[in-house]
Design a protein around this ligand. Sequence first.
Ligand code: CS2
Ligand code: MG
Length: 408
Amino acid sequence: MEMKIREIKTILTSPGRNYLIVKVTTENGITGYGDATLNGRELAVQSVIDNYLRDWLVGYNADRITDIWQMVFRGTYWRGGPVFMTALAGIDMALWDIKGKRAHMPLYSLIGGRCRDRAAVYYHAHGTKRDELIKRAKEMIKTGIKAIRYSFDIKDMHDQNVFYRQPHQDIKIKRIETDAIKNEGMWDSEVYIKNLLETTQELRNAVGTSMELIHDVHGRLTPIQAARLAKELEKYSLYFLEDPVDSNDKNGLQLVRNNSSTPIAIGELFNTIFDCEYILTNRLVDYIRVDISHFGGITPVLQISNFADVHSIKTAFHGPSDISPFAHAANIHIDLSIPNFGIQETFETDAVLEDVFDLPYCYKDGFITITDRPGLGVGFNEEAAQTYRYKKRYLPILRDDMGSVHNW
Ligand code: CS2
Ligand code: MG
């Protein structure tokens, strides 16, 4: 049925974190929302949608999601990249939201129906000190959480005022940091490996086998360091080790694989199916964890999930606090309806988020479920969103003790 796109609008909001939301409205007044948040580069994505995609896509039939996706992806010739794929993801999610609302069906029904009643999740557990982390993990077990991604800050052995920053923590630690623009930290891989092994041993002893443990290396090790680490970690039976090497280094990943049976997960930095194709066909990972907002949306995530399934690889989609509830909801609909779902990353929700978003999902005993509201099922209060003003932020930079830039 013909159902033309009448309007495409972007909304920036910051209830605790910055989010860029895309709103698509059809001629007959159905609205769909999608997530186009790219941490630190929200304004760049907004410009692609407002200055490029909007005028082009208004007037197209909103029902033809695959055609619109192909047109924007292939038709633009210079394809891919996080900014462009995030813009496309925002549109794609909004179109699926519209389709669901029109059909009066939740997304999971539209894409094949549920394969399971609930989806297993993992939370982030961070401690500035090791004993703090262990205390936190034990508290989490009591609340029913069954899997954590653990991280900690590391005190420098020579300078007690310096901490090595662990992946993506907003905790204030003394670094070379001065403001939101010059956000720089220090890094030493050997100090990190030593601390990680000690921490993992203590954590495993403390939680026993009652908790699955995940660690995110954030692509900070060389292949040989990562191979050594993954081998040493075997005895602690991690659920998976994430991004042990730079995601672009496929031969480096192969080296880790050849030397260890620790399960590996990768994918949050990939933007197209072509970025993952070699890794999946060669079974270099056990879990694929693409980010629905940076990978072009629901349409390609369904495609990559099927492709991974053919290679006996499960999913563990990226689900940090820096993507909005529209992306989280889309993840969960897919988690519930694909055969090869593994685990879903999530985070503890800040109450302020619910001033703007009416969440359709809820967590219980380490699992997540979603309501049967149509489309993505997320309610969005646009007026409330306007009151949380966007705050410009940059991602941090890491440097080693010579001052050279290191992967963050
Ligand atoms: C991390 C992310 O969740 C993860 O696995 O790697 O938190 C990542 O650091 C952020 O999304 C960056 O914005
Ligand atoms: Mg990660």
